[in-house]
Write a protein that binds this ligand. Structure first.
Ligand code: PLP
Ligand code: ZN
Length: 448
């Protein structure tokens, strides 16, 4: 691509490597079907000399782009002119020091941080990506958008589509979506189509529908969406006084978030804006652990962009043959064919990353432990702390390491999971309501 262009798209397949203009819209390489990256000609962009220069934008918060937790880092995702940028105030999120929780985990109390992405306008980190995807959608003149969703993508898409006058159609699987999320999509005016199948089925259908009808796809296959999600890492660095943590811990579903984190650190390092890259831990639910099995058991690696496709094909062939369906309480990561698989392998390579899976009981226990300290999250988000416990126990993460866990979605997204845990499951951190007669003395007796 011409060096005067700030941004362009490039296929990640080394045998292909096709490049496309940023003003074009595909969700897969038209030449080979592999994933696309957004790339930059950094020389054509005025990048601040140091990350702390971005702090100046706090003084001009009346400018909506400077207020946005995504667009105040806009030089690092400079793929579209400001006039197209959509913002509803995403990314006003908090890096909270979690002393009490750290102590419970046996960590140095000053070293654990929770990046609370539930504080976004639609209640999940997805808004970081959607603001970028819809800015690109406006730039390419899209009139209709669609996604397959386990819930949060659809809530976020419906919100952003509405805010810029683009039609939104959502594909969901049967009975596979938490009510908090479905209620948002319906209220924000999205058209919901429920397919008799699971998320992976929806993901396949929506790609064909979008190709057939020329609709703008906002799943994390969309490389522009991932650009917005890079800023979660910038805000963590910002929250640490512009220092890089030792570890980032994130749940893994379709693996867009983890992929974007790896891309963020690779670019920051290349630009000389950070001097070291943190390590990355991606946590699967045991009932949806494709990444864990492929990496830990089958030895799948990025391998300098030469990913062994045969390992992937054999694994998916076996899922088909056995009729495997993922199953976990953490519905946001109930995905067995993660579309960003190859990109996350790259992120693991860049960040010397690890992956592991955790059972639902441990996810729910961790969720209650997090909630106890006042930052409620949905089950998928709690996979981070559940995973961190294992990484501390086996010595992968040192108790003095500075760790930032990304809490991806708000507690209220899935109240059923929370109420069931506390009232029915009788687990270590359950906090059930106590029943009592409508009698003052008996009530007082209970409270002593
Ligand atoms: C989408 C989502 C995830 C999974 O993120 P991926 O980028 O698909 O790996 C995790 N947690 C929550 C709350 C989500 O909404
Ligand atoms: Zn290609």
């Amino acid at each position: 691509m011409g060096t005067q262009e700030k941004a362009y798209q490039k296929c990640i397949n080394p045998q292909c490597g096709s490049e496309f203009d940023a003003r074009q819209s595909f969700f897969k390489c038209p030449d080979c079907g592999d994933l696309l990256d957004v790339r930059y000609n950094w020389d054509a962009i005025e990048i601040p000399n140091q990350l702390s220069d971005f702090a100046k934008r706090w003084t001009t918060r009346d400018n909506r782009l400077d207020f946005s937790g995504v667009w105040r880092f806009r030089e690092l995702l400079d793929f579209c002119p400001d006039e197209y940028k959509v913002s509803v105030g995403e990314g006003q999120t908090l890096l909270q020091q979690a002393c009490g929780l750290a102590q419970e985990l046996g960590m140095n109390p000053k070293r654990l941080f929770l990046q609370y992405e539930g504080m976004n306008p639609s209640g999940s980190f997805k808004d970081n990506g959607m603001t970028a995807a819809f800015s690109h959608a406006r730039m390419v003149g899209a009139v209709a958008s669609a996604c397959a969703s386990t819930g949060n993508t659809s809530a976020s898409m419906a919100l952003y589509a509405h805010s810029c006058g683009i039609k939104a159609t959502i594909f969901i699987g049967e009975g596979k979506i938490a009510f908090g999320k479905l209620s948002q999509a319906m209220d924000y005016g999205g058209h919901t189509i429920q397919i008799a199948g699971d998320f992976d089925d929806c993901m396949r259908q929506v790609q064909d529908v979008c190709t057939e009808l020329n609709i703008y796809l906002v799943n994390s296959l969309n490389p522009f969406r991932l650009e917005g999600q890079k800023t979660i890492m910038l805000r963590i660095i910002e929250g640490l006084g512009w220092e890089v943590p030792d570890w980032i811990v994130v749940p893994g579903g379709n693996l867009g978030n983890s992929s974007s984190f790896g891309k963020a650190f690779a670019e920051l390092k290349e630009l000389g804006l950070i001097d070291r890259v943190p390590r990355l831990a991606v946590i699967n639910a045991a009932g949806a652990n494709t990444l864990t099995e492929l990496v830990n058991d089958k030895g799948l690696r990025w391998n300098d962009s030469h990913v062994d496709q045969q390992i992937i094909d054999a694994y998916y062939g076996n899922l088909d043959a056995t009729g495997y369906r993922p199953d976990t309480i953490a519905s946001a990561i109930e995905i067995s064919r993660p579309v960003n698989l190859k990109k996350v392998l790259r992120a693991l390579d860049v960040c010397d990353g690890v992956v592991l899976d955790v059972p639902d009981e441990e996810i729910l226990d961790a969720k209650a432990q997090i909630g106890k300290y006042g930052l409620g999250c949905e089950p998928a988000s709690a996979a981070t702390i559940a995973g961190l416990k294992h990484l501390l126990a086996n010595g992968t993460v040192d108790k003095d390491a500075r760790v930032a866990c990304v809490l991806t979605g708000h507690l209220l997204k899935d109240p059923n999971a929370t109420v069931n845990y506390h009232s029915k499951m009788g687990r270590e951190f359950s906090n059930p309501p106590i029943q009592v007669e409508n009698d003052l003395q008996k009530i007082i007796a209970l409270m002593k």
